[in-house]
Design a binder for this molecule. Sequence first.
Ligand code: SF4
Length: 407
Amino acid sequence: MESIKQIYKIGYGPSSSHTMGPQRAANMFAKRNSGVNRYEVTLYGSLAATGKGHLTDKAILDELNSIAPTTILWEPHTVLPFHTNGMKFTAYVDGKSDPIDTWTVYSIGGGTLANEEFNEQKASSVKLYEMETLSEIKHWCLETGYSYWEYVEQCEGKEIWDYLAEVWEVMQDAINRGLEAEGIIPGGLGIRRKAVEYMIKSKGYSSSVKSKGSIYALALAVSEENACGGKVVTAPTCGSCGVMPAVLYHLKETREFREIRILRALATAGLFGNVVRTNASISGAEVGCQGEVGVACAMAAAAANQLFGGSIAQIENAAEMGLEHHLGLTCDPVCGLVQIPCIERNAFAAARALDANTFAAFSDGKHSISFDRVVEVMKETGHDLPSLYKETSEGGLAKNFKNETLA
Ligand code: SF4
């Protein structure tokens, strides 16, 4: 497996596959074709179907338009065989109708790029982790006495703590910005930010409701920031970026966990996310929302359980439940925007992560379904889902959406 830095990418929302990936691809194409007069970019499949709402065009134009005029073509009904998030970049010079360069590449999830010749996920970087399944890692931990986060440290080196400290800072900044901002989220749905309202209201309730309200508010704060194109950390994607910060921040505030323990919890959560990314997918376009919000919930459940002193088996159990109870979850963002159902879904997943933690904490850690098994099932389920439910905005809540403001 690669570094957990691939799970925690720092960048701008609203979508790792639809903004971070295409922006990086445009940047790479521009670097190899800087002296040109015109670019043309064709977006295919899911990227074309929901790209406008996800600001894919803006992300690409931000990179290319300053070098040469750029035209974007939308082909939502053409799904290229390699992956549904396809893009073809073409560069032209004056007086020539034939392009001087074309490049077809795919944004395969979490901001990662691949095509028939290269795959950032598999080949690019050094394989830092020898073990790729949770069962192998778990047995190693049980045999050696080390924890999951210590395995991360051994594979990544001590430098990982600096990176995770930066991740934690960006997460907290997103929470603070999100709890201050008010107003309408751009995109045309007319949704107002509600994080601050939820936080204020939660303070008037007794402790258990207050706690739940605070979790909702923290997740809303980050997801709303993401929907507004703010700086966030993929955990594991932009669409699901509210879950981890909400759970960690809530526990830090209410239980006074020291920062080093939060960073260790981030390391363990990253390890679980990495196992999914390696053996299945964290892309809504590939496996639906179970791979995004479901995985975020699993990661946050593992982090919470570790913070409360869970055993190796209990941590696995918490993560497994976080994902198991999101199996089959579809991706159907209304109007292609990472807003409905995404923003509130983060709030519910954060609360569910804490439920999974409690459930695992009350057990002796024995469970019938392993984390690896649930990852395998998530992959199969995702592939069986019709494409209507995989980020195309053609099915589910996105189909025939009417803004019925109900009071
Ligand atoms: S529904 Fe889930 S997978 Fe789809 S865009 Fe929203 S958060 Fe991402």
